[in-house]
Design a protein around this ligand. Structure first.
Ligand code: SF4
Length: 376
């Protein structure tokens, strides 16, 4: 088997939102008809160029993921047509996971029916919280009851695999508020939950507000309590924590994200999308005008290429694999020649090891970035 006979997935970055949430640092533009039309044409050209260059050889896609931004900023019929084009361009495994992210406060019941009928079989809603005051503190539009309505409409449309993205440690959010969010969402019976601790990204509105003492920064100890509460609560509700931020009902772990954590390969389309193919990491330009200009000129909109050496690939496999609760095989440690660092991390209580596997401890999960830095 060649090293590149691996599972492969496709990511499509739709870089539009109605407005920018205060914490969000993703590359995106405010949704307007003219830039969305230019993006749509350029994306079709990007697919054609990758097909011509045979970027994905003949492997069948195991996952397709439309993320953003808010993919459902584009008309649902357009998303459906894009999925049809992708499937006509590349072979797709019959069991492929096909995800679309959606905003609960703007997606309609008709949109959801069109998306399910087109073949999307997993939907991910950016719920964030079930407390109205949290929406105000992070600049998220909509109302908390929109999430329940969207999940019910998605189920009626035929979606069985439904994820809810949540955030904790929001400005002014208490432990009780967080538990209220978890309790409220359980009534919606999602199959997957992602819980992200709020982090403050440079250049965001929230970073500015904190710098001007208008908002308090996240409280580390409270975030730790919230993480522990989520782990306990979700375990009792039948979810397994399989990655630092991700919990799933049996058989509902996100296959697309597992590609990232297990050294699988992926092609990214759209501005700022990242790819990893044939041992090369490359990224698209994070600018819509530049993206459109490259593609109008019949050139792929890539801005950087990094060819990973064998040892860099082994190190990446270790760093990403340790995000999984099951950890990595001991052989991965030996291959990456990180035995010394691993011994130090075990001594600090950040890693745990047996004869077969090495994994993060609960303390290590809180300091996963520190662990990753030590392994680089
Ligand atoms: S909806 Fe999502 S992608 Fe859009 S601004 Fe808010 S957090 Fe960012």
């Amino acid at each position: 088997m060649s090293p590149w006979d691996k599972d492969v997935g496709l990511y499509v970055h739709i870089p539009f939102c109605r407005r920018r949430c205060h914490f969000c640092a993703f590359y995106l533009e405010i949704a307007q008809p003219a830039p969305m039309a230019r993006f749509h044409s350029a994306l079709i050209q990007e697919i054609a160029l990758h097909r011509r260059q045979e970027s994905l050889d003949s492997r069948a896609l195991q996952s397709i993921y439309f993320g953003g931004g808010t993919p459902t900023s584009l008309p649902a019929d357009q998303l459906a047509a894009l999925l049809t084009l992708i499937r006509a361009t590349w072979p797709t495994d019959v069991t492929a996971e096909v995800t679309v992210e959606a905003h609960p406060s703007s997606v309609t019941a008709r949109d959801l029916t069109v998306l399910a009928d087109a073949g999307f079989n997993r939907i991910s809603f950016g719920a964030e919280s079930m407390t109205e005051k949290d929406f105000a503190s992070i600049g998220r539009f909509g109302q908390v009851q929109d999430t329940a309505a969207a999940v019910q409409a998605a189920r009626r449309a035929g979606f069985r695999n439904i994820n809810l993205d949540l955030m904790y440690g929001l400005p002014g959010q208490s432990l009780q508020d967080w538990i209220h969010t978890l309790e409220s969402l359980m009534t919606l019976a999602p199959s997957h939950i992602s819980c992200y601790a709020l982090t403050i990204e440079v250049g965001t509105r929230l970073a500015q507000d904190i710098a001007q003492n208008l908002v308090l920064p996240p409280d580390d100890m409270l975030q730790i309590d919230m993480e522990s509460a989520a782990e306990r609560f979700l375990a009792e509700a039948g979810f397994s924590r399989y990655e630092i931020s991700n919990y799933a009902k049996p058989d509902y772990a996100c296959r697309h994200n597992l590609l990232y954590w297990t050294g699988g390969e992926y092609l990214g389309l759209g501005p700022s999308a990242q790819s990893y193919l044939h041992g090369i990491r490359f990224g698209n330009v994070a600018d819509l005008d530049a993206y459109v200009a490259y593609l109008s000129d019949n050139r792929l909109p890539t801005s950087d290429h990094t060819i990973l050496s064998v040892s860099e690939r082994q190190r990446d496999a270790l760093v990403f694999g340790l995000r999984l609760l099951c950890g990595v095989p001991r052989t991965a440690i030996e291959a990456a020649e990180r035995d010394h660092q691993i011994d130090e991390l075990i001594a600090k209580g950040l890693l745990d090891a047996d004869h077969y596997r090495v994994r993060l401890t609960s303390l290590g999960r809180r300091y996963a970035d520190t662990v990753a830095e030590q392994l680089f």
